[in-house]
Write a protein that binds this ligand. Structure first.
Ligand SMILES: Cc1cc2nc3c(=O)[nH]c(=O)nc-3n(C[C@H](O)[C@H](O)[C@H](O)COP(=O)(O)OP(=O)(O)OC[C@H]3O[C@@H](n4cnc5c(N)ncnc54)[C@H](O)[C@@H]3O)c2cc1C
Length: 379
């Protein structure tokens, strides 16, 4: 029986996997991308991403998509407000329009990358359930429907709970001590004008007592809010999120002495509340070279979101790996060595920065350490 063979297999059509596929395509190298989502619309991608110059923007340049990206940037999205629990505004920055921290809707960015790949590159509804090493660096991959294929190069771009990571490393993500409850206020200018004014046009932090609200105005005019608390790992499981009013009441108990305008972000939330535990891999996670397989993005270096770098790094990893493979067309192992020798110190540095940012946000003196940091950037 003939087994299907893909020279390059990318597991995961996240931002990292898609940038890799696109950069390979730009260099004339084909790839097959497998994702468990039923199709490209299966999940709302949600959230604004701040695309950093040295990582995300560099990746988009390598992918030949920088100009298209600039056309989709959210104007005004670089504004910033930092408040304390009394809703006193302690720091306010307008979007000065210099475009140094361009913001884009995650869904728009993903669409940009998907549209830049040859038809059929991404195989949707294709959950990878197993991958085993064969001789000579090849792997055999199994999908949930029982299909198997072989590949010369297997790249795990499959996020936090990667199926590919165990081929390289026994590490597992651990709970960081921070729990989120995500909320949305739709059509904010019309339906929630006071909250819209409070949050402003871009990024918003209201912090104190080891907790707070991290929010963002989205391109569709909604407000997306992460209520964040330092909490035991099982705290979220004690709340019944199928009963939205009860979940709001449970959450409000943690904000009894917060300003009414901040509590209103919870009481006025539209739709269901979404719980989320924040996990991270150990800072400095790395592995020994294993022939024919590597990782990128969260699969390689899941970190807490507090440095705003995870998606940026995933894209940069994809671009770096694509360029290394293009530069070593007949020697995949050399390409992987070059890629990983830069990946490990880069991820370690940013993961450490993320862990420090977490401590800064959920600090007894918050939001002062955050204000000090933004003020030092300005200086
Ligand atoms: C609340 C929150 C806020 C964040 N904010 C920011 C921010 O502002 N800026 C920023 O840079 N980063 C941010 N991040 C981090 C960012 O979301 C991630 O780092 C980024 O999405 C990682 O991209 P990725 O391509 O590695 O993985 P993912 O985006 O997780 O993509 C993995 C893909 O693999 C697929 N997949 C998984 N398992 C399988 C399987 N077995 N078979 C087939 N397919 C599979 C999934 O369907 C998915 O499409 C945030 C994260 C969180 C949780």
């Amino acid at each position: 029986m003939n087994t299907t063979h893909h020279p390059v297999t990318i597991v995961g059509a996240g931002l990292g996997g898609l940038v890799l596929a696109r950069v390979l395509h730009v260099h004339g190298i084909g790839s097959a991308v497998f994702d468990l989502d039923a199709d490209r619309q299966a999940r709302t991608q949600g959230g604004m991403l701040d695309i950093h110059e040295e990582t995300g923007q560099a990746a988009l340049r390598a992918a030949g998509l920088y100009e298209e990206f600039r056309a989709k940037v959210h104007p005004g999205g670089e504004a910033l407000r930092v408040l304390d629990k009394r809703a006193e505004v302690l720091l306010e920055q307008k979007d000065d329009g210099d475009g140094g921290r361009p913001e884009i809707d995650r869904g728009d960015l993903r669409d940009l990358l998907l549209d830049a790949l040859p038809e059929g590159t991404v195989r949707w509804d294709s959950k990878v359930t197993d991958a085993v090493p064969l001789d000579g660096g090849r792997h055999r991959v199994t999908l949930a429907d029982g299909t198997t294929f072989t590949t010369d190069l297997l790249v795990g771009g499959d996020g936090a709970w990667s199926r590919i990571r165990p081929l390289l490393s026994p590490a597992r993500p651990a709970y960081t001590g921070i729990s989120f409850v995500e909320l949305d206020l739709f059509d904010a200018d019309e339906r929630h004008p006071a909250s819209a004014e409070l949050i402003g046009g871009g990024m918003f932090f209201a912090l104190g007592d080891d907790k707070g609200f991290l929010a963002h105005r989205e391109t569709d005019g909604s407000l997306h809010i992460y209520t964040a608390l330092r909490a035991a790992e099982d705290w979220l499981s004690t709340i019944d999120f199928t009963d939205t009013e009860a979940a709001k009441a449970a959450l409000l108990e943690h904000f009894t002495d917060w300003a009414p305008g901040l509590r209103a972000l919870i009481t006025e939330a539209d739709g269901p509340l979404t719980p989320r535990l924040i996990h991270a891999l150990p800072v400095g996670h790395r592995w020994q070279r294993v022939p024919g397989v590597t990782l990128l993005g969260d699969a390689a270096h899941l970190m807490s979101p507090f440095a705003g770098e995870g998606a940026n790094l995933a894209m940069f990893d994809g671009a770096e790996l694509g360029q290394a493979l293009a530069a070593h067309p007949t020697d995949t192992e050399s390409a992987l060595s070059v890629y990983e020798s830069a990946l490990f110190p880069r991820s370690e540095q940013t993961a450490a920065e993320s862990a420090r940012s977490q401590e800064m946000l959920f600090d007894a003196r918050a939001p002062q350490p955050l204000i000090d940091m933004f003020t030092s950037f300005e200086a």
